[in-house]
Structure formats: structure tokens, C-alpha cells
Design a binder for this molecule. Structure first.
Ligand code: UT7
Length: 348
């Protein structure tokens, strides 16, 4: 086995798309500020009963159809997400149940935030090469990148909440003898640059009123004082400038790393597909390296930052636009909370 190959792609988005101006009803912001600082024009957000699980299942169903395979041919399911619906089970297991993908094969989630899709591909490559998964008639992998970031958005925090959106995309991956694949992932632990705590608002809402006091269903677990103190930490927090500086560094160093591993210069690949966080990050690195605008596929205008979903959503859009042709060579670069980052070289 030489590499891996993406043979199917599918995406799913919530029904509601909100333009920048529509956010003005919730917070003091403007289309001008958001557009000039980020390039974002609108984002999809889950409403009502829409969930990450629904989006992940729909994207997966479409990817399976696109690859023209049967669910019983899938030998491994992975979902890259940092906004899981259930603490247990994983989104991957939920999708396995919904799509009736026969049991007996591994299914699990990974959390590497916005780098999750690249981490997932690296894991698939390593597991396939180890020969322990995807044996005989179940040789395909379903990899989902899906997020419902709206669950973590506090609309009173305008500097964060205007940036993010919801969505999911899925790919079918198979081992390949003739397609090359190179990958690199890395992390540098940092709990203050970009984070959301599971303890906080989740626990306070679990508290029930007993007389004047609020008590947890598990009285040993958390005090009302502590829950109130950290309640806001349940929503996404970001040191925007620190993350911006990190993102520019990570993007540039991963382009170097992919050039080194693949032996192909950035100007010679067909596209560079970066995590879609902010157009200014992409433009900064593009100008620094004197690369043409067309080299970078950008769709953050309509989705905002969808974290682990952003790279597969970009690939799905590229396929719809006919930009992924047999022989296309692509660098994908992710960076985000963790802090994590990573790049991969893909051939279509
Ligand atoms: O997926 C992970 C990767 N994430 C990223 O890559 C994000 C990286 N960071 C960024 O993209 C940028 O730092 C931001 C877009 C988040 C912020 O841009 P900035 O130029 O660093 O703005 P700032 O946070 O320094 O804020 C500048 C001003 C402030 O007002 P004052 O203090 O100068 O009067 C903010 O209060 O803009 C104000 N501001 C807003 N105004 C209107 C902040 N958010 C908003 C808003 N609407 N939504």
C-alpha cells in the first residue's frame, strides 16, 4: 500500500443561513466589521431540533452514495468533532446506527478541533497500513468532519460568536497503490488561547431548586458557587490576536512541511485548502509566499469557521464545482484549538 484515496464526498448544512446583518438583532456588530476583519458574509446555524448527528448522518449518506459503495463495505468510522451531541456514545456510533452500517468494525470520534480532519486522515493511513482495520470485504473508511459550534456560542460575546457556523462533510477513503499521501500533525497544549469547558453551564442547568438553594443531582460533584463561577466557561472563548499569530505561523510551516514531504512546490499543486477561519490569515500567508489568489480555495464567505468540518466542506464544494479532477494534487492545512495543526498532501 502506498497511500490513501478519497473516493466519495458528501455535505450537509442546517436549513438556516444568517447573513452578517441579521446578527445585528442579537449584538452590536456590523456587516462591514465582520467582512473586513474576516471575509465572512454568512453562516449556517442549527435551529429547532437540528443537530450535529443529523448533519453527520446526512453528509455520510451522500458520501456513501457518491463513492457508489454499500454500507456493509465500511470497515471503520471516524468523526472529527469538538461539539459532540452526546458525551457517550460517539457521533460515529450514532451515524453507524442511523445508516445501519453493520457492526463489528471500530467507530469512534476524535477531537483535534479545526485540525481534526487532517488528524483523521493520518490515523486512517496509519491504521490501514498496520493491516488491523479494513480487512477483506470491508476496505472503506467513513471519515466525517462535523460541528454544531452554535451550541458553544454566547451571542453576548460578539468577538467570537460572529465567526463560527455549523455544518458537516464526510469522505469515503480507501487504500491506494498508486496515489501518494503525506501527512504531518502536531500540537502544543494551550488551555487559554481557544477553549470551552464542559463544566459550567452544563452543570448549573443540571442543578435543581431545593428551597432557596440549587443542588446538583450528584451533590458530591459540584457546588452552586463553583458552577456559577465557571458557568461562562461553557461557551467558546478565544484570544483572537494570539490565535491569529499562531494560525499564520502554523499555516506557513505546514506548507513548508508538505513541500518537503511531497517534493512538490506550493506553486505546483492544484490547490491549497486551508482551514476556513479567516480570509486575512490566508491572504497574509499567500502574500508572504507570493502565491496567486487562485491557488487557495476559499468558501468561508458562506459558512464562517466550521472547525473540523471546514476542510471536508471545502473539498465537497470543490467537487461540486468540478475542481477536483483525476490527478488533482492538493495540500490541506488545518490549525486550531489545542493548539493543534497539521497538513496533508492528497492526490485525486
Ligand atoms: O478556528 C480557529 C482559528 N481561529 C482563528 O484563526 C481566529 C483568529 N483571530 C482572528 O481572526 C481575529 O483576531 C478576529 C477576527 C477574531 C478579531 O480581529 P481583530 O482585528 O484582532 O479585532 P479585535 O479583537 O482586536 O477587536 C477590535 C475592535 C474592538 O473594539 P475597540 O476595543 O478597538 O474599540 C472590539 O471590541 O473590534 C471590536 N469588535 C467588534 N466590533 C463589531 C470585536 N468584535 C466585533 C464585532 N463587531 N463582532
Amino acid at each position: 500500500m502506498n497511500g490513501i484515496e478519497i473516493t466519495g464526498l458528501g455535505k450537509a448544512l442546517p436549513k438556516t443561513s444568517l447573513k452578517n446583518d441579521a446578527l445585528k438583532q442579537y449584538m452590536d456588530t456590523s456587516d462591514e466589521w465582520i467582512r473586513s476583519r474576516t471575509g465572512i458574509e454568512s453562516r449556517y446555524l442549527c435551529t429547532g431540533r437540528e443537530s450535529l448527528t443529523d448533519l453527520a448522518a446526512e453528509a455520510s449518506r451522500k458520501a456513501i452514495e457518491d463513492a457508489r459503495i454499500r454500507p456493509e463495505e465500511i470497515g471503520l468510522l471516524i468523526c472529527a468533532t469538538c461539539t459532540t451531541d452526546y458525551m457517550v456514545p460517539s457521533v460515529a456510533c450514532a451515524v453507524q446506527e442511523i445508516l445501519k452500517i453493520p457492526g463489528g468494525v471500530p467507530a469512534f470520534d476524535i477531537n483535534a478541533a479545526c485540525s481534526g480532519f487532517v488528524y483523521g486522515l493520518q490515523l486512517i493511513y496509519a491504521l490501514m497500513n498496520s493491516g488491523t482495520v479494513c480487512r477483506s470485504d470491508r476496505k472503506y473508511v467513513l471519515l466525517i468532519g462535523g460541528e454544531q459550534l452554535s451550541k458553544m456560542l454566547d451571542f453576548s460575546e460578539r468577538s467570537v460568536s460572529v465567526l463560527f457556523g455549523d455544518g458537516a462533510a464526510a469522505v469515503i477513503v480507501k487504500p491506494s497503490k498508486d496515489k501518494h499521501f503525506f501527512c504531518h500533525t502536531a500540537a502544543e497544549g494551550d488551555r487559554s488561547a481557544l477553549y470551552a469547558h464542559t463544566v459550567g453551564r452544563n452543570q448549573i442547568t443540571g442543578l435543581s431548586k431545593q428551597g432557596e438553594k440549587l443542588v446538583s443531582p450528584n451533590p458530591l460533584y459540584i457546588s452552586e458557587d463553583y458552577a456559577r463561577e465557571i458557568m461562562k466557561d461553557g461557551y467558546l472563548k478565544m484570544d483572537g490576536r494570539k490565535v491569529f499569530r499562531f494560525a499564520v505561523r502554523a499555516l506557513s510551516s505546514e506548507i513548508d512541511e508538505m513541500e518537503r514531504q511531497s517534493g512538490i512546490r506550493a506553486e505546483d499543486v492544484d490547490y491549497i485548502v486551508c482551514h476556513q477561519a479567516n480570509l486575512r490569515i490566508i491572504d497574509y500567508v499567500r502574500k508572504q509566499r507570493k502565491l496567486p489568489e487562485e491557488k487557495f480555495f476559499v468558501n468561508l464567505q458562506k459558512y464562517g469557521n466550521t472547525s473540523g468540518a471546514s476542510i471536508p466542506l471545502a473539498l465537497a464544494d470543490m467537487k461540486e464545482k468540478g475542481l477536483l479532477k483525476p490527478g488533482s494534487r492538493i495540500f490541506c492545512i488545518g490549525f486550531g484549538a489545542g493548539l493543534t495543526w497539521g497538513g496533508c498532501y492528497l492526490e485525486f
